[in-house]
Design a protein around this ligand. Structure first.
Ligand SMILES: Cc1cc2nc3c(=O)[nH]c(=O)nc-3n(C[C@H](O)[C@H](O)[C@H](O)COP(=O)(O)OP(=O)(O)OC[C@H]3O[C@@H](n4cnc5c(N)ncnc54)[C@H](O)[C@@H]3O)c2cc1C
Length: 424
């Protein structure tokens, strides 16, 4: 059937593309190697509650994910995180609230009291030199870490940027390209003359309200809704379907050659391997956590001794729906570089250290290992492609890009959402 679109990969990118093409009347098949759809959006059950096992939120910028959720009938279930600060666990073992006015941990006002409190007076003074340096300093830096170090000093990188980038983006600031971290940062630096002013400009241009949102009941509901709608529109969805010999006009699936218009929606076999991260999720009794002493969670500064997690999310304090489903209990999620074999034991000890609360009892716990590839990791493959390779990491990028590719391949533009758009 040469007019079929053959989508290789059933993550969110592949499913969004398949849905949109099916809505435009195209015949679509999605091949998914594993036994479930969704890829890095997945559920697991902990203490009887289905929780997100990987992605738990989406960036609200652009409004594309909210628009899609509106089309899928999930607009009323979009939920923003509870308004609590994140905390920073410093290298010396103390914890402070993360300064409020930053981008990727870079302070918009290095003289602000919360910045001085977080990194110390000397590092904050060094950061203020940024305002006096010529705009060209750091403008050619290749990594975010290099850029911030040259403008504001090592104290800001180690004390603020590194914990945020490690905890939120699972990468090291010195290996994170500036454009991947923040596409506008370099231009704003050139235009405004200082990094702090660039940060302020980016913040001022951001829409009001929360920068991220989730779905009441779990981000994985997006996958359930996409699968249901694809099925309803006649998309053929195949699990256990490993595609190889992928070319522009055909693909071999489980040994059988099929022809059609191929769209890649998963990483090629020769893509950069990326890094493994392990997430340990604990549901615990700990009355000391009832007041959410560390807000929505804790980011760990590099070099902090006695703790091996790089971030902790107090899931039930961040998402109202999780708290409601676990009365009297707390859900915590800790992330680790690599694949520690004793992740649950480490998580129990780290949870107590990072929150300062006694963990009275672990009710249930589980861990999951994920591979995180750098954004843009497999950009430039010859055939049309969707997903985080060409789009960049994160659901906002993946969904918006898949919608654009669908349009290029002949689907109509997405209809305006009937509600639930997040941008102000
Ligand atoms: C732990 C973790 C937390 C995250 N948190 C967030 C978050 O809070 N917010 C956010 O926006 N993003 C988050 N992300 C990133 C986000 O989940 C991903 O960027 C996004 O889901 C990628 O979607 P995708 O469709 O590009 O790829 P994937 O989800 O990786 O899906 C690709 C699919 O293709 C299949 N496949 C690949 N090759 C083949 C083949 N040859 N044949 C058949 N099938 C194939 C794979 O099995 C997979 O199911 C997180 C990721 C992880 C791992």
């Amino acid at each position: 059937m040469p007019d079929d679109v053959l989508v290789v990969g059933g993550g969110v990118g592949g499913l969004v593309l398949a849905r949109r093409l099916a809505l435009a009347g195209r015949r679509v098949v999605v091949f998914e190697r594993s036994d479930r759809f969704g890829g890095q959006v997945a559920r697991h059950t902990v203490a009887g509650v289905d929780l997100d096992a990987a992605a738990e939120s989406f960036a609200t910028r652009g409004g594309t994910v909210a628009a899609l959720l509106g089309e899928l009938g999930l607009a009323d279930d979009i939920e923003t995180p509870l308004p609590k600060p994140a905390w920073l666990y410093r290298a010396d073992g103390s914890a402070v609230p993360l300064p409020a006015t930053g981008v990727l941990g870079i302070p918009g006002d290095p003289a602000a009291a919360d910045v001085v409190h977080a990194i110390g007076r000397r590092a904050a003074l060094r950061a203020r030199l940024d305002a006096l340096l010529p705009a060209r300093v750091g403008a050619d830096a290749s990594s975010l870490g290099d850029l911030v170090r040259r403008r504001m000093g090592r104290g800001v990188v180690d004390g603020l940027v590194s914990p945020v980038v490690r905890g939120v983006h699972s990468s090291d600031p010195y290996s994170l390209p500036v454009e991947t971290a923040s596409p506008r940062l370099r231009d704003e630096l050139r235009a405004s003359g200082s990094l702090a002013a660039a940060v302020e400009r980016i913040r001022a241009a951001a829409p009001a309200g929360s920068q991220v949102a989730g779905i009441r009941g779990g981000m994985f509901r997006l996958v359930d809704a996409l699968v249901a709608e694809c099925e309803g529109r006649g998309v053929r969805l195949q699990t256990g379907a490993d595609a190889s010999d992928i070319g522009a006009e055909g693909v071999t699936v489980n040994g059988r050659r099929l022809t059609g218009e191929v769209v890649r929606a998963g990483a090629p076999a020769d893509a950069p391997a990326g890094r493994h991260v392990t997430l340990a999720t604990l549901v615990v009794e700990a009355s000391g956590l009832d007041s959410a002493p560390r807000g929505t969670g804790v980011l760990v500064a590099s070099g902090a001794s006695g703790v091996s997690a790089r971030a902790l999310t107090h899931v039930s304090a961040k998402w109202a729906w999780v708290g409601e489903r676990l009365p009297g209990l707390h859900a915590l999620r800790l992330s680790y570089d690599g694949e520690p074999s004793d992740a649950i034991e480490r998580a129990r000890a780290d949870a107590a250290t990072l929150t300062g609360a006694r963990i009275e009892r672990i009710v249930d716990a589980t861990s999951a290992v994920w591979r995180r590839r750098p954004g843009g990791a497999w950009a430039g493959t010859p055939e049309p492609a969707v997903g985080e390779g060409p789009a960049g990491t994160g659901l906002a990028s993946v969904v918006a890009h898949a919608e654009r590719v669908a349009e290029r391949l002949g689907a109509d533009s997405p209809e305006p959402a009937s509600g639930g758009r997040m941008e102000g």
